[in-house]
Ligand binder design. Structure first.
Ligand code: BDP
Length: 743
């Protein structure tokens, strides 16, 4: 009980005495398809662990109930269970699961099944990846997650599964980005060293990588970049003979779980590796160098997903050095990868970190939009722009990036951060799914009502508008000076959309440091698959899967609801004792942990709150501020432009207001700051106390792991409270109405 098995521990259920009949035989046709083999062995292993008996694997059904796996093409046993229409409803990576009475299996491959009594279950997909995801769904169901819907009938349904479901992933790309360095460190890693590298070499612990692949595939992740976006000298060599054989080994491990790997590359590679004097994307020698490089890379790893690129940002090299635009840079790489089906995932986190310092009228929040909106329609169809959820940098509260929806002819990936860089670094509890849900459900109005972020990033909005007149409209390109091409207006490919997120795992035994932070990895995968799941449903699943078999009544009455509520409250708690009302930052520079109210205020990074004795906040309006608010579509822009309609939680992101300004809540800004900080610290202490109340019901090591973090959080929340309250009291001179201690 170390947390290593995470949500895949498949504990033996002490209430289930006998293995259900249908689990005893797994029918799967003989295959070279590695992913299908994985699906069969995962099912076999999961069932064996849950029921204490190893199921047989068989290529044909015998005269007993069974569970059949396969694609519709593989096995008559599978295909015959679904009508042509039912099969057609399954997308490339989706699946259907159905449990039926054997008597309903008439005509099955000419065999007589009359003497088979009971139920059979089928897991089917168009592809073996779909089958694998279906198997993990079935295991979730059996393990007690039951999708949160079948709790009370669970025991009965084990023996006669009434499952009949179809599940298709909403997002074609469901990716995790590692910020791992080859020296073994992890940029913004809070769970120990890298599992991929140590001492400037690849790990030899392939077992750990395989276990990671299982965790990812179990929640539907199918793309993985394995090195930091900031590519240093040694990682630059990942695309050379020195490391390509290792990359190939890692790719093989993940391939068996249906996961494609990607490499982050150094834009200056032609100089650093190739001895060229330039990395200018329009220099023919540079383009040729990348073409040759791509040939070498794909000879070693034929199914590499492609490249992830951070260019011209935070001192990384990029096309700007040569007076070129990012479309020039991305397209040159895309042409090199095209023959092999590779993609270029080009990050929009591009800003000049000194610009706001030089000129306080500029605004870092504008940067991604200002750089990329003018390039809409200019990217090759194997380029995808990866956009952080907000315009700044993964703060506890930010508006959504206005690039979503504004890019009409460009494929996009949304970028979340599972690593809790600014949200307590996996020492504080912060279940991020509710935050991500708000982003995904946000309506941009890009094409009228219903243009939600989730529909934009899944490609659904583009697909539905491909045929309407909207798409043909001319796109005005400002600054297209260096661009060699005219807008292509290509129709984005539906497969080149989705979600990526920065990983929160490391070599810690429980993967995420804080055991409860596993819920963020689980939740991210589930949400990327189905953005319509609620934060509550996902929390319920994760808690059930992780803690099943612990607590009284299988955890149903107390353990599960209590831990679930802790998760659901945690983002709000964290927000309430840290930077107020969307202003962000106020963290220690560099490492970003703990309060430092003016830590960034006088630095060059463009992350200011402008607090003085009269007020606080950043004026981002069009009339008097940086104009950022005008990047949104109406009516969103109008809502943010006006102090009266701007939502409280983002007020200081968009407006500079006096401390006496009255919020929609009826409270003044200053009193809101005091109240939320006192309450936040109290609620953090309550999380700690709640956990202590569960002591008897939890396994000791698990209890202890979480306890120490919650203890720290409670203390640290007090420090946050005191620093923020004191700061604002001294700035404003306005006392707390409730006379609580502020020094
Ligand atoms: C910020 C991190 C920095 C990353 C950067 C990025 O502080 O370490 O390199 O984002 O996304 O959140 O590139």
């Amino acid at each position: 009980e170390s947390g290593y098995d995470a949500w895949l521990h498949y504990r033996r259920d002490r209430h289930v005495k006998q293995m259900p009949a249908w689990c005893r035989v797994i029918v799967v046709h003989e295959t070279d398809d590695e992913v299908l083999q994985t699906a069969a062995s995962e099912l076999q292993q999961g069932l064996a662990s849950m029921f204490g008996q190893q199921p047989k694997i068989s290529t044909v059904p015998a005269h007993e109930p069974f569970v059949a796996l396969g694609t519709f093409q593989d096995h008559p046993c599978v295909a015959e269970r679904f009508s042509a229409e039912e099969q057609a409803e399954v997308s490339a990576e989706g699946y259907r699961i159905r449990g039926v009475e054997v008597s309903e299996l008439a005509g099955l491959t000419g065999q007589d099944h009359a003497d088979i009594k009971g139920r059979c279950v089928t897991v089917a997909g168009q592809t073996s990846k779909g089958v694998l995801y279906g198997v993990f769904h079935l295991l979730r169901y059996l393990q007690g997650g039951l999708d949160g819907k079948l709790k009370s009938t669970a025991k009965q349904s084990l023996h006669a599964p009434i499952l009949d479901l179809l599940s298709n992933p909403a997002n074609p790309i469901r990716m995790i980005n590692h910020w791992d360095n080859m020296d073994g460190s992890v940029e913004r890693g809070y769970a120990g060293a890298s599992i991929f590298y140590n001492n400037n070499a690849f790990t030899t612990n392939m077992e750990r990588l395989r276990d990671y692949a299982r965790l990812l595939a179990s929640v539907g992740i199918q793309a993985l970049s394995i090195n930091n976006v900031n590519v240093h000298q040694v990682e630059t060599e990942l695309i050379t003979d020195r490391f390509l054989p290792d990359v190939a080994k890692v790719a093989a491990i993940f391939r068996a779980y249906g996961i494609q790997i990607y490499l982050s590359i150094n834009y200056a590679s032609p100089i650093q590796l190739g001895g060229l004097t330039t990395a200018d994307p329009l220099d023919p020698d540079v383009a040729e160098w990348w073409q040759t490089k791509a040939r070498e890379i794909y000879a070693a790893v034929p199914d590499l997903g492609g490249f992830v690129v951070k260019a011209d940002s935070e001192n990384r090299p990029g096309p700007f050095s040569y007076g070129r635009h990012h479309a020039d840079g991305a397209n040159m790489l895309a042409d090199a990868l095209r023959p092999y089906g590779g993609r270029v995932i080009w990050r929009c986190f591009v800003y000049d970190c000194k610009q706001d310092w030089r000129d306080r009228k500029t605004d870092r929040a504008r940067a991604a939009f200002d750089h990329f909106k003018p390039l809409d329609g200019l990217f090759r169809d194997n380029v995808i722009l990866q956009i952080k959820n907000g315009p700044m940098d993964f703060q506890v509260r930010e508006p959504v990036s206005p690039l979503f929806g504004a890019l009409e002819a460009t494929q996009v990936l949304l970028e979340f951060q599972i690593a809790q860089e600014y949200t307590g670094q996996q020492k504080h509890l912060c279940y991020l799914v509710p935050q991500w849900k708000e982003v995904l459900d946000f309506d941009t109005y890009a094409q009228g009502k219903g243009s939600t972020i989730k529909r934009i990033v899944s490609g659904a909005l583009h697909n539905s508008s491909n045929s309407n007149s909207h798409r043909g409209k001319a796109i005005v390109h400002a600054n297209s000076g260096s661009l060699q091409e005219k807008p292509t207006h290509h129709i984005p490919k539906p497969t080149n959309f989705g979600i990526a997120a920065v990983s929160n795992i490391g070599a810690d035994t429980n993967w995420t440091g804080h055991l409860l932070a596993q819920s963020n990895l689980y939740g991210y995968g589930r949400l990327a698959w189905d953005p319509d799941l609620s934060a509550d449903e996902i929390a319920d699943e994760w808690v059930r899967l992780t803690f099943s078999g612990q607590g009284k009544d299988n955890g149903d009455t107390e353990l599960i609801p209590t831990i679930k509520q802790m998760l659901l409250d945690s983002w709000n708690i964290y927000e309430s004792y840290t930077a107020p009302l969307g202003v962000g930052w106020m963290v220690s520079p560099n490492h970003h942990y703990g309060p430092d109210v003016d830590g960034y205020e006088y630095s060059m990074w463009g992350t200011y709150h402008f607090a003085d004795c009269w007020g606080i906040g950043v004026d981002r309006t069009t009339a008097t501020g940086t104009g950022y608010a005008g990047h949104y579509f109406p009516p969103v822009a109008g809502i943010y432009e006006s102090i009266d309609s701007c939502p409280d939680e983002l007020l200081l992101f968009f407006h500079h207001v006096p401390y006496t300004h009255v919020l929609h809540s009826g409270q003044t800004v200053i009193q809101h700051i005091y109240d939320t900080h006192f309450e936040g610290a109290e609620r953090a202490a309550h999380l700690h106390a709640t956990w202590i109340s569960l002591r008897e019901q939890l396994h000791e090591t698990i209890y202890e792991q979480v306890l120490t973090r919650l203890e720290h959080q409670a203390e640290h929340a007090e420090e946050w409270r005191d620093r923020i309250n004191t700061y604002f009291y001294r700035k404003s001179g306005i006392p707390d109405e409730k006379n609580r201690p502020i020094y």
